[in-house]
Design a protein around this ligand. Structure first.
Ligand code: HMG
Ligand code: MG
Length: 290
């Protein structure tokens, strides 16, 4: 299985959270149902966050109720606190994610607390989720650069990753939020993390603002990483990282992986169709489903 790479589709969450116009629940549900036909094993479907902070995803519960679930797909969501976890459980989310940052200012701007407090808050959440047999993924934002502070120390990233793994996260997604991370910086982060964990516990989450993402993915592959987050059409960004563009496009990641001889088991034609829908949603705020 060393040749198989998992692409974790982010567009309904990381993509739509950043759109200026509110995408209707109906459009979101139809879009996710189309994504469910592409062969993904995981789709980040929404976020159970405060609607004052991310109004674009205020309909998370309704979206989870209305999508047509494929039993081979895990439909996941972000949960920043216990309110989020309880709403996620009510909505029968298959997997949750907690999200920390490697930069203090970003942590404050994104989740309104410092890094230490965020980790303390996540602990009981992870315990409760795991008791209910809900797997927990951990994100770390700003692993290379912070939009407010500049370059981030790879040792700091590794310290947080270690704490999230010890807490019970099955995987840590390393987020290059600004897209400024160079392959050299990525290698330093991976080497720090690989002093205490194995590549199967790490994933790459690259925003493609400066077109570094595919080169970063290449160095991750060389270090044994086999899970990457991406969004069809390169949709997205983070509302608390001004100027940052979307996740690297799923169709580009898939193309790169296939050209390098990796297997993804994704349907290329359907991914391209979803990329077109994503771009329409971005441009027009809606899609004509015919
Ligand atoms: P806060 O204002 O400090 O929270 O926000 P609070 O506990 O003081 O509560 C304030 C109000 O929000 C209360 O309502 C709560 O009930 C409500 P009121 O009594 O005033 O009416 N509330 C909630 N409502 C619904 N769901 C909840 C929830 N929690 C509180 N879960 C908080 C703290 C963490 C809630 C807030 O800062 C927040 O929601 N932040 C989320 C920001 C976000 O989603 N950012 C984007 C995702 S991260 C990302 O994109 C990066 C990533 O992709 C990786 C990368 O690229 O680097 C993952
Ligand atoms: Mg992101």
């Amino acid at each position: 299985m060393d040749n198989f790479v998992t692409i974790f589709e982010m567009s309904p969450r990381d993509g739509l959270q950043n759109e200026k116009k509110f995408i209707s629940t109906n459009d979101k549900v139809k879009f996710i149902d189309k994504l469910s036909l592409c062969g993904f094993k995981k789709i980040e479907t929404s976020s159970f966050v405060s609607s004052r902070w991310v109004p674009q995803l205020a309909d998370a519960s309704e979206v989870f109720i209305k999508i047509k679930r494929n039993k081979n797909i895990k439909y996941t969501a972000l949960t920043p606190n216990e309110i989020g976890l309880h709403n996620a459980i009510k909505s029968k989310v298959d997997e949750i994610a907690i999200f920390a940052a490697a930069s203090e200012t970003f942590s404050q701007k994104n989740i309104n607390c410092d890094i230490k407090t965020s980790l303390l808050r996540f602990k009981p959440l992870v315990v409760e989720a795991l008791k209910k047999k809900i797997p927990v993924r951990g994100y770390i934002s700003c692993v290379s650069h912070c939009p407010y502070e500049d370059t981030v120390d790879p040792k700091k990233v590794a310290q947080i990753a270690k704490q999230l793994i010890e807490m019970g996260c099955y995987e840590i997604s390393l987020g290059d939020t600004t897209g400024k991370g160079s392959p050299d910086q990525t290698i330093k982060i991976l080497n720090e993390c690989l002093t205490f964990t194995t590549p199967d516990k790490l994933a790459g989450h690259f925003h493609d603002t400066f077109k570094n993402a595919l080169n970063n993915i290449r160095v991750c592959l060389d270090h044994g990483i086999r899970t990457f987050d991406s969004s069809v059409g390169g949709l997205g960004g983070c509302p608390y990282s001004p100027g940052s563009k979307g996740n690297v496009a799923t169709e580009k990641v898939n193309e790169l992986l296939l050209s390098l001889g990796y297997e993804t088991k994704l349907n290329t034609k359907r991914i391209n169709e979803c990329a077109e829908i994503a771009l329409k949603l971005k441009m027009d705020g809606t899609y004509d489903w015919g």
